[in-house]
Write a protein that binds this ligand. Structure first.
Ligand code: SAM
Ligand code: SF4
Ligand code: SF4
Length: 475
């Protein structure tokens, strides 16, 4: 990863952190004090088409696979409607869009790019998940020009054989890795910081022992981050691919080594089952339940809120208060797993649905602690989302905590300064050409620290000047 990207990654990480900490905590508090808030995030499935046949995907047994071309054309919404929805969401105060769903967004670039443009016209955060097989240089260039924030390319193995097997189509690995390389190359060429490029990995029997080689691959291809999500079982293939208790134990060891390697390369490695610990900003803990119990999550969701006497913390799922999923046929739900689809946006506005009967009723149901059957299939990272919302509300209500954080912040600043001086001395005798590669792990540690970012943004400290000098080797 190049130095200019360290800055950008910090920005995206800080953006996501702020979104959770401030936006979610703040909007939930307001909702429960009687003030309606706009959704924070929209997930969009732009159409019903995909060019692959991945073994673990929910699409395999879904109706999408059986549609005729005529049926697809009839149910899918036109570009104009998607652009209009994006515009309305920007006006409402939505903060982020994630384009994914049970399709490959790039199969319909004529819908994708105008929608992306409108999302960025309202300065919302844009994320897109893709299998990486249908990109051309033209599309990549356009994505960079739009200022799109984040592209997640799904790559489940570091070799052709396993990835192509999991994805059901030969040649997939080569195409996806080429796309990633091209993103990296063009970002360099246009001296752009965005989009951040993440490799999405579905954790399964074939790859759980090979995370280190995926980190190596990420570094070779020029990815900024790796996001690992345990497989959710949707079908028989999924059952076979899921890792068992023994595998999880081994995976914990692999994860430790992989984290270290990723840190050396300056790559962010995010694993869903490594959940926030006691406090949102505290040490993360490994939660093997989130891998083990995929497909049986209702019990965990209810247990998480069982002991709380505080109203806001007793709600098992906050999705209906901050999230909307818009499907290819225009159906709108509060969650991707919800199959009871009563709302459709083809003839309604976003606001009408958000404040309408269906969303109001589901909020009331969740306040009464009643979770529908489909919540068994909740996603591990969604469970983490819920925990993070609770922790962030809790932390930011607590003034002692905030005071402690401020002191910690000052202490870290002092430590960073000392570490940087030491690094400067080390770098001094080195060959100028080697600095960026040899010290990129250490530099990324400084640049990614929140303290560094906040101090340099507001006050322009000595730390920033030294770090810049090390990067440019100008002293
Ligand atoms: C459904 S896909 C849609 C976007 C695009 N077609 C792709 O494959 O990236 C969204 C993400 O879900 C992941 N995924 C697919 N099946 C999954 C499963 N059973 N459990 C967890 N994640 C899964 C994919 O690897 C991808 O990263
Ligand atoms: S490419 Fe994405 S949507 Fe298509 S089958 Fe694979 S995981 Fe599912
Ligand atoms: S599946 Fe998860 S996100 Fe969806 S409604 Fe249930 S608990 Fe909430």
């Amino acid at each position: 990863m190049e130095d200019n990207n360290l800055e950008l990654l910090t920005d995206v990480t800080v953006f996501k952190h702020n979104l959770w900490v401030f936006e979610y905590a703040d909007r939930m508090e307001k909702w429960f004090s009687g003030f309606k808030q706009a959704p924070i995030r929209i997930d969009a499935e732009l159409h019903t088409r995909c060019n692959l046949n991945c073994r673990m995907c929910a699409r395999r047994d879904s109706i999408y696979e059986r549609f005729t071309e005529e049926e697809r054309n009839r149910i899918e919404m036109p570009t104009k409607k998607w652009v209009q929805i994006a515009e309305e969401s920007g006006k409402m105060g939505v903060k982020a869009w994630n384009i994914s769903g049970l399709c490959e967004p790039l199969v319909k670039p004529e819908i994708l790019f105008p929608t992306m443009k409108m999302i960025k016209a309202y300065d919302m955060f844009g994320e897109l998940t893709t299998n990486g097989t249908l990109w051309t240089e033209k599309y990549i260039k356009e994505t960079i020009e739009i200022g799109w924030d984040s592209v997640c390319i799904s790559i489940d193995a570091s070799d052709t054989k396993n990835h192509d097997y999991l994805r059901g189509v030969k040649g997939t690995f080569e195409k996806a890795t080429n796309t990633l390389k091209t993103f990296h190359k063009l970002r360099e060429r246009y001296k752009a910081n965005l989009p951040v490029i993440t490799i999405n990995v579905v954790l399964n029997k074939f790859n759980y022992l090979k995370l280190k080689s995926i980190v190596e691959m990420a570094d070779n291809l020029g990815a900024d981050a790796i996001f690992v999500e345990p497989i959710v079982v949707f079908n028989e293939e999924g059952k076979l691919l899921k890792i068992n208790e023994n595998d999880i134990k081994k995976f914990q060891e692999v994860l430790k080594e992989s984290k270290k390697l990723a840190a050396d390369y300056g790559i962010v490695l995010d694993v869903t089952a490594v959940a926030p610990g006691k406090s949102f900003s505290g040490e993360k803990i490994f939660d093997k339940e989130l891998i083990e119990k995929t497909g049986n999550f209702r019990e965990i969701l209810m247990r998480d809120v069982k002991s709380s006497s505080n109203f806001i913390f007793s709600i098992p799922c906050y999705y209906p208060w901050f999230y909307m999923m818009i499907k290819a046929n225009g159906n709108v739900t509060h969650c991707g797993e919800c199959k009871i689809e009563k709302e459709n946006i083809k003839n309604k506005s976003l606001q009408e649905i958000w404040e309408g009967k269906t969303f109001t009723e589901i909020r009331e149901q969740f306040i009464k602690n009643k979770l529908p059957e489909y919540c068994e299939k909740c996603r591990p990272n969604t469970i983490e989302d819920m925990r993070i919302v609770r922790k962030s509300i809790d932390e930011f209500r607590n003034t002692d905590f905030l005071r402690g954080k401020y002191l910690e912040f000052l202490e870290e600043n002092k430590r960073l300064k000392q570490d940087l001086f030491l690094l400067k001395r080390k770098v001094y005798g080195d060959d100028k050409r080697c600095i960026k590669c040899k010290y990129k792990g250490e530099l990324s540690k400084f640049n990614n620290s929140l303290t560094y970012k906040v101090f340099s943004r507001f006050w322009g400290t000595k730390i920033e000047k030294i770090s810049k000098k090390i990067k440019d080797r100008t002293f």
